[in-house]
Design a protein around this ligand. Structure first.
Ligand code: PLP
Length: 395
């Protein structure tokens, strides 16, 4: 017999990928310019020139055997040192290379941390709206996701709801800021309240509760809004970082897990995460790309392009009567569904060739997600279609 849980993961539809495939079919049928695909969150800004320059230089001048060989499982020591120095320079003195593990994107880091830190029956707190895959990684290892609602309208932490969810079985809390799908950045006040509650719960229950900071969008914050660095608030923090969006290289699968060196049972946490990576079949991240990252560790793609897209989209939709959560970061807009069920609304939108994602799988069915990592003209040309849709829904 197969594991029913794992079989179900394989069979569960992926709403975003299905919508994106549908958009592809519609483009072939009626022409790409008539289809407005806001489904998927894949960067459309090219990687900064430094990335290709580094690749070309490595391919031209480095030893071809060396740059394609296996590396140590946690990554090249020189890269891990470079990442640790970059974190400490930017955010405070938190990590050394022993706590840096180079992974296949943030996904690789989250999966290995959850596998390493949880035992079957442990609880993992996840806030709405949430990235869908958290549930898969949590359940795959026999832990239990505990979904906690955030405050309506602001989507900041609802402290009483969070405190009520903390139990003796809580092992991990996941926070994603800037948030996919809402674009919300948790404020310093939210982070302080959350981490104070976690410290109190650690004391009460007598064991560590780890905070997993999932931050693929850290660099995508607009108008100078600060994204608090969680290790400054809480020692039992592990950061899951990604270069997918920062450097526009999602297909290269590069990221890291950073473990705060002041965390409880540090040596064991380092080893259990390494063990989890091994159990998950991780051998090492791409050697060539580790070298590219080492040269581009503080480089960022053109974030301003996304900010301008956001401004045009938010203004355009608000002028039409839509209500949205003002996104301070990432490249997603969370729109209140004009119909009570966003699934019905998103189906209706397809009649206008608008592909937007219902909020059900993010845990908020009254909202929908619009990914604005698209060409500028897609936004501009989609606004008349959004206008017709608004009328159709009585806005
Ligand atoms: N976490 C969140 C919130 C995301 O939105 C994504 C990707 O979209 C990931 C993790 C995974 O990113 P990566 O490509 O780094 O695995």
């Amino acid at each position: 017999m197969f594991s029913k849980t794992i079989l179900d993961f394989g069979r569960k539809p992926n709403v975003i990928r299905d919508l994106s495939a549908y958009a592809g079919r519609r483009k072939a049928e009626i022409g790409a310019e008539h289809v407005f695909d806001f489904s998927i969150g894949s960067p459309n800004v090219p990687p900064p020139p430094e990335v290709h320059e580094a690749m070309l230089d490595l391919l031209t001048h480095a030893d071809p055997v060396e740059i394609h060989s296996y590396t140590a499982a946690p990554g090249l020591l020189s890269l891990r040192k470079t990442i640790a120095q970059s974190i400490n320079r930017r955010f405070g003195d938190h990590v050394d290379e022993s706590g840096i593990y180079v992974t296949a994107g943030a996904s690789g880091a989250i999966a290995m941390a959850l596998k390493g830190l949880t035992n079957p029956g442990d609880e993992v707190i996840i806030f709405t709206p949430h990235y869908m895959e958290y549930l898969i990684y949590t359940e795959a290892y026999g832990a239990k996701p505990v979904i906690v609602k955030t405050l309506p309208d602001s989507f900041q932490i609802d402290l009483p709801a969070f405190e009520a969810a903390l139990t003796e079985k809580t092992r991990v809390v996941i926070l994603n800021s800037p948030n996919n799908p809402s674009g919300v950045i948790y404020t310093k006040e939210s982070v302080k309240a959350l981490t104070d509650a976690m410290k109190a719960a650690e004391k009460r229950f007598g064991h560590a509760i780890y905070l997993l900071s999932d931050e693929p969008y850290r660099e995508l914050a607009y108008d100078g809004v600060e994204v608090p660095y969680l290790m400054n608030y809480y020692d039992d923090t592990l950061v899951c970082y990604s270069y997918s969006k920062t450097l526009s290289i999602p297909g290269e699968r590069m990221g890291y897990l950073a473990i705060c060196r002041r965390c409880a049972d540090y040596a064991d946490v380092v080893d259990v995460c390494a063990g989890a990576a091994r159990a998950l079949g991780h051998i090492c991240a791409s050697n060539l790309y580790q070298r590219v990252i080492e040269r581009c560790v503080d480089v960022v793609a053109d974030v301003n392009f996304y900010k301008e897209n956001r401004d045009i989209l938010v203004k355009g939709l608000e002028d039409l009567g839509y209500t949205c959560i003002h996104p301070d970061g990432a490249f997603y807009l969370f729109l209140k569904s004009p119909l009570p069920d966003s699934m019905v609304f998103c189906e209706k939108a397809k009649a206008y060739e608008l592909m937007v994602v219902p909020g059900h799988d993010f845990g908020v069915p009254e909202y929908l997600r619009v990914s604005y990592c698209v060409a500028r003209e897609t936004i501009v040309n989609a606004l008349p279609a959004f206008a017709k849709l608004a009328k159709d829904c009585g806005l």
